[in-house]
Design a protein around this ligand. Structure first.
Ligand code: XMP
Length: 588
């Protein structure tokens, strides 16, 4: 499937629990550690956008003393490669690039046991970059099984240095560190790694060490001005690249990876939305048998695709529960119902719980409390509805690959984190559901492809992330029906104008915030005293950092104009020009 490079994981606002160090950059990891030491209450960590809803249910079960039962999906036979991670900030990019070449891959830590790797039945290995220097003591190295497997290996940057070091070559600090653009020239020896490529190509370098002596049996396949051995290889398909083929600054990087996968590992590229759906449908059928499945629909991409996929597999054995908490955007419930009920003919229980949620939110101004209230109430409503269904066996949820990478705990990292954040509990109903997570091998872009292939509308598949507590955390201060309606009106204008300007997909998020500030204005002959609406639009890759979007002035003018004209109660609009950090994306 032609995967699009773009956003990956989306986010939830979660408090962090101590968990094993995931594969993230050291910068982020040290931020996490600092936040944990300081016990920051509002530290936020990324996870898929609507994982939260299902996680509430897991949490409720755990708090009742019932351990969630993660179901192991039956194993499938996929053409795959293993990416061995040495702590690179680019490992996910490598994985996405490989999958864009239609080859399935998984990221595994460098110390993963062979049994775990063997399950993948890899046709080759890719060794990632990493921050270490091979000649320092105690640094991560490649496990022996990689060399013993006699499979092709592609070492990238630090991965190349690992190959050189372990196979008998020499690595040393470079006289000049090489960061940024360089021109790579092919050597005299022809190699399939460069098949179809011109003799010189631009590449992206980022290294302080370099190979000064190749291991026996290797030849130089490419060089740059500063790196005499920028590419090396041997006749057994072991290749080292000093540059990063996975980043956009190496424009032909994808072709190099493709050459490795197809020409050297012998992959054919059968990982497509269609093949995923086919194998997934088979595996869901086998798992579920005659059982009944429930799933929570939130209107987000992950839960939508999960439901559509499970429905494809087991039809009416699936019942979806859509809880309208009154905190959704204009027309959102109607559109979701239209898609799932009318178009896809799925069993949907629609619960309008607006009043219940608003009642519970009365007088609540603290953002964390809002989140807790929404989470708790969601579980109550969901469980009440589920109980009416009689015996149910499975809960389907939209966990994605970025949520599970290196989360070796039974409950997912995200649900564990939400648990402390939301502190829900005291729920009497007995549910012994087993979890099915059909998207847990997929990146967000792949989920979108699968969603489209399953017939979900583009509008749903390309939806920007929307927080679980909905508009409640975009209304500063107490949430009332009147304020919700004002915010829905303003949000509608923002969305509409951003979509008309064809910027919706380029922005991570774009929305309106209803502040609790009122100011004086003048409309016609009258003075007004109305609300101040803030417009927020950000670009981001993963919600951990974000920049305010440089929207064209004309667009901002149209948005402002329309909001004050179309939304009663608002007389002033401001644009938020703060980035994250130090601000956050949401205002609460
Ligand atoms: P912040 O505001 O922390 O947001 O920069 C990062 C990303 O997380 C989303 N977000 C949430 N998602 N529940 C969610 O499901 C929440 O409580 C929550 N708070 C923030 C936010 O929209 C952004 O994408």
């Amino acid at each position: 499937m032609p995967y699009l490079v773009g956003d990956s994981s989306q986010s939830s606002h979660l408090k962090l629990l101590p968990f094993t160090k995931p594969i993230i950059s050291d910068k982020i990891w040290s931020r996490i550690c600092r936040a944990m030491e300081k016990k920051e209450d509002s530290f936020r960590v990324t996870t898929s956008d609507d994982l939260e809803v299902s996680a509430y249910l897991e949490i409720a079960k755990e708090l009742r003393g019932e351990k969630p039962i993660p179901e192991k999906a039956p194993e499938v036979d996929r053409e795959a490669v293993a990416i061995i991670d040495f702590g690179s900030q680019y490992s996910m990019l490598i994985a996405k690039a490989v999958r864009q070449c239609q080859v399935y891959c998984e990221i595994l830590p460098y110390d993963a046991p062979w049994q775990r790797v063997a399950k993948l039945k890899p046709r080759g290995f890719i060794l990632s970059g990493g921050p270490a220097s091979v000649y320092e003591p105690g640094v991560p190295l490649a496990p022996a099984y990689i060399y013993e497997s006699h499979l092709p290996v592609l070492g990238i940057c630090y991965g190349m240095q690992v190959l050189a070091y372990q196979l008998g070559g020499k690595v040393a600090p470079a006289t000049r560190h090489e960061y940024g653009h360089a021109i790579l020239h092919q050597g005299d020896v022809e190699s399939p790694i460069f098949a179809g490529l011109p003799p010189s190509i631009p590449v992206w370098m980022s290294h302080g060490d370099q190979i000064v002596e190749m291991p026996p049996g290797f030849t130089t396949l490419g060089y740059t001005e500063n790196s005499p051995i920028a590419v090396m290889g041997n006749e057994h398909g072991i290749i080292g690249l000093q540059f990063h083929p996975e980043v956009v600054h190496t424009p032909q990087g994808k072709e190099i990876l493709k050459n490795f996968l197809y020409q050297i590992c012998g992959c054919r590229g059968n990982w497509t939305a269609g093949s995923f759906i086919a194998e997934s449908v088979e595996s869901i059928k086998r798992q579920v048998g005659e059982g009944r499945v429930i799933s929570a629909l939130s209107g987000g991409v992950d839960s939508a695709v999960t439901a559509a996929l499970v429905h494809h597999a087991v039809g009416d054995q699936l019942t979806c529960i859509f809880v309208n908490n009154g905190l959704l955007r204009r027309e959102e419930p109607e559109r979701a119902l239209n898609t799932f009920q009318r178009n896809l003919k799925m069993n949907i229980i629609y619960v309008d719980a607006t009043e219940r949620f608003l009642k519970r939110l009365e007088g609540v101004v603290d953002p964390e409390k809002k989140r807790r209230v929404v989470g708790e109430e969601f579980i109550r409503v969901f469980e009440e509805e589920a109980a009416k269904l009689g015996k149910v066996d499975f809960l389907a949820q939209g966990t994605l690959y970025p949520d599970v990478i290196e989360s070796a705990t039974t409950a997912s990292k995200a649900s564990a984190a939400i648990k402390t954040h939301h502190n829900v509990g005291g729920l009497p109903t007995k549910m012994t559901l087993r979890l099915i997570e059909p998207l847990r091998d997929l990146f967000k872009d792949e989920v979108r492809e699968v969603g489209l292939a399953l017939g979900l509308p583009e509008e749903m598949v390309w939806r920007q992330p929307f927080p679980g507590p909905g508009l409640s955390i975009r209304i500063i201060g107490e949430v009332t029906w009147e304020k919700l309606e004002i915010l829905r009106g303003a949000d509608w204008v923002v969305m509409n104008e951003i979509k008309k300007a064809k910027l919706y997909r380029d922005l991570w998020q774009s929305f309106a915030v209803l502040t609790d500030t009122r100011s004086v204005g003048v409309m016609g002959d009258y003075r007004t005293y109305g609300y101040l609406v803030a417009v927020r639009a950000v670009t981001s890759d993963d919600a951990m950092t974000a920049d305010w979007a440089r929207l064209p002035y004309d667009l901002l003018a149209r948005i402002s104009n329309r909001i004050v004209n179309e939304v009663p109660g608002v007389n002033r609009v401001v644009y938020d020009i703060s980035s994250k950090p130090p601000s956050t994306i949401e205002w609460e």
